[in-house]
Design a protein around this ligand. Structure first.
Ligand code: PGA
Length: 252
């Protein structure tokens, strides 16, 4: 049975000290629920968080990874390095990495292959259209292109553990979430694209999240839509109390 998954994306926030305080506060208030909870922090805080959440069902994830195992890639982190720390998830292809760091679908494809082939770390693959593409009503074409390139040549056996986050760029950090109906339409479309690539059985197993201005007060209606298996949460994950409230509302 697949479990819904709510993941925090801290982006470039929190010192190690602040991460320790957050973990302490979050562990004290979080009551285990029938869903997976993941916290994706900057690299420096991963080791601290993995240790802090040991013995709980709260998982830790990275926000990016390089595709090579090692080499002359100044400033990068590899899959074996993440494995050694003990992270369970890794965000791949976030729109901020695509936009500010020139990450291409080709890179994302190599990242996914490296995660799947060299580790049991679960990728959270982000896809999403920008505002102009939404206004031009070509969002489905954009998402299909991203998925087809990102997953090119990836063996079917890996896909059932893939998590896909539909994150329309215009909804990220803007306070303007997509409507539950827009989210449902796109999540169902994404499942169709995966079914075309890998068949219905595999596609049904893939978990599809929504991300973009998810808050404690809109999570319930988002989670209620067909085919939505979770959320990727930026701003509203930065306070332990707010994130805990959001998770509670997700399972209400
Ligand atoms: P947001 O970010 O919740 O702050 O909109 C989501 C994300 O970028 O993953």
């Amino acid at each position: 049975m697949k479990k819904n998954i709510i993941a925090a994306n801290w982006k470039m926030h929190k010192s190690i000290k602040e991460a320790v305080e957050y973990a302490k506060e979050f562990k004290a208030i979080y009551e285990e629920k029938d869903l997976e909870v993941v916290i994706c922090s900057p690299y420096l805080q991963l080791d601290t968080l993995v240790k802090a959440f040991e013995g709980t069902n709260i998982k830790v994830g990275a926000q990016s990874v390089h595709f090579a195992k090692e080499g002359a890639y100044t400033g990068e982190i590899s899959v074996p390095m993440l494995k050694e720390v003990g992270v369970s998830y890794c965000i791949v292809g976030h729109s901020e990495r695509r936009k500010y760091f020139g990450l291409t679908d080709y890179d994302i494809n190599l990242n996914l292959k490296s995660l799947f082939e060299d580790s049991s770390i679960t990728p959270i693959l982000c896809v999403g259209e920008n505002l102009l593409e939404r206004e031009d009503e070509i969002q489905e074409k954009i998402i299909a292109n991203q998925l087809e390139s990102d997953l090119d040549g990836i063996d079917e056996k890996y896909i059932e553990r893939l998590v896909i986050a539909y994150e329309p760029v215009w909804a990220i950090g803007t306070g303007r979430s997509a409507t539950p109906e827009e989210i449902e339409i796109m999540c169902q479309y994404i499942r169709e694209v995966i079914a075309n690539l890998y068949g219905d059985e595999v596609s049904d197993k893939v978990r599809i999240q929504y991300g973009g201005s998810v808050k404690p007060d809109n999570i319930y209606s988002i989670m209620g839509m067909n085919g939505v298996d979770g959320a990727l949460v930026g701003g509203a994950s930065l306070e332990a109390k707010t994130f805990n409230e959001l998770i509670s509302n997700a399972v209400k």
